[in-house]
Design a protein around this ligand. Structure first.
Ligand code: C2E
Ligand code: MG
Ligand code: MG
Ligand code: MG
Length: 295
């Protein structure tokens, strides 16, 4: 229908755009093969603060790819590529290992008592060996299991329920925590929150964004966040507000009952050295706009 309507030129333009896109994907897929072995991957770390105490309760590890020619490529681009090519297995293992070693170092040498959180792709999660790998990594790094939290998106939980359930139960036995990432954007189902060993939900950034948006009515965001927090309270889950960028948003999510907040207002994702400096400098004053000193 669309093709007919667009006519001949439309088709050609569409094909050209598709070709360019496909070519870029093929190129990046090829280049990504060497990313790990050529040391082009690194981790950055973003603090997650307790809104009551101001403590840095958690730190999220986020992977970065810096290509010598193309520069920084977003994980939003290369993670799907790695998932398709199967490289996500090696990359995910590397990320987990780095993050666990780093967390143990911060625990032992910088007095940090929080949890490291690591994003896990559904592709990793669906491997029968996944729980064992997590266990090995914990042993190798010396990080206690309850200092590790894995972030999964809703899609992962819904798509292969039995595999995921088995993995989740295995992780629960280890003592590893599970958080649902980008909550509210996937195929939300209340049943899985009730039935599976999930400890935390991270409210997607888009809801937080709407709190201060002149384009959309903030009362909807307020109502939705209130509802999510209500569900979380009922099921005894922790709630993190993602993507907090302003003082108004901090006040709002705190007022609505969120337990933790993460976002540029407090700190951007930082390299290990800068995160460490932040740990050594003591606790932030959540109302003083620490981001001004950090960014
Ligand atoms: P995510 O797990 O939801 O991570 C949060 C994303 O929001 C990060 O983007 C972070 O830099 C960004 N962010 C944090 N605070 C703010 C804010 O105040 N405002 C705005 N506009 N953005 C904020 P990033 O690092 O580009 O990561 C994008 C996604 O890529 C992640 O979303 C996650 O799904 C995925 N990802 C990142 N690292 C890994 C990894 O090691 N493994 C896997 N499987 N996925 C990863
Ligand atoms: Mg150190
Ligand atoms: Mg995440
Ligand atoms: Mg998220």
């Amino acid at each position: 229908y669309q093709i007919k309507k667009a006519g001949r030129n439309g088709i050609r333009r569409f094909d050209a755009a598709l070709d360019a896109e496909l070519e870029r994907t093929i190129l990046l897929t090829r280049e990504f093969q060497f990313a790990l072995s050529r040391d082009q991957l690194s981790l950055v770390y973003q603090p997650i603060y307790d809104l009551k105490t101001g403590e840095m309760s958690k730190i999220e590890a986020l992977v970065r790819w810096s290509h010598p020619e193309f520069g920084a490529i977003s994980p939003g681009v290369f993670i799907p590529i790695a998932e398709t090519s199967g490289q996500i297995m090696a990359v995910g293992r590397w990320v987990l290992e780095q993050a666990c070693f780093q967390a143990r170092h911060w625990r032992e040498n910088h007095g940090w008592a929080g949890k490291i959180t690591v994003n896990v792709s559904p592709v990793q999660f669906a491997q029968p060996t996944f729980v064992d790998e997590v266990k090995q990594t914990l042993l190798l790094s010396g990080l206690p299991a309850h200092r590790l939290e894995l972030e999964l998106t809703e899609g992962a939980v819904i798509h292969s329920p039995t595999l995921v359930q088995t993995a989740l139960r295995g992780l629960q036995r280890l003592g590893v925590e599970i958080a649902i990432d980008d909550f509210g954007t996937g195929y939300s189902s209340l049943a899985y929150l009730r039935d599976l060993p999930i400890g935390c939900i991270k409210i997607d950034r888009s809801f937080i964004e709407d709190l201060a948006s002149p384009r959309r009515a903030p009362q909807y965001a307020v109502a939705l966040i209130t509802a999510i927090v209500g569900i979380a309270r009922t099921l005894d889950l922790q709630v993190v507000a993602e993507g907090v960028e302003t003082q108004e948003q901090v006040d709002a999510v705190r007022g609505l009952g969120c337990d933790f907040a993460q976002g540029y207002f407090f700190a951007r994702p930082l390299d290990a050295a800068r995160l460490e400096a932040l740990l050594d400098s003591g606790q932030p004053d959540l109302n003083a706009g620490w981001h001004q000193r950090l960014n």
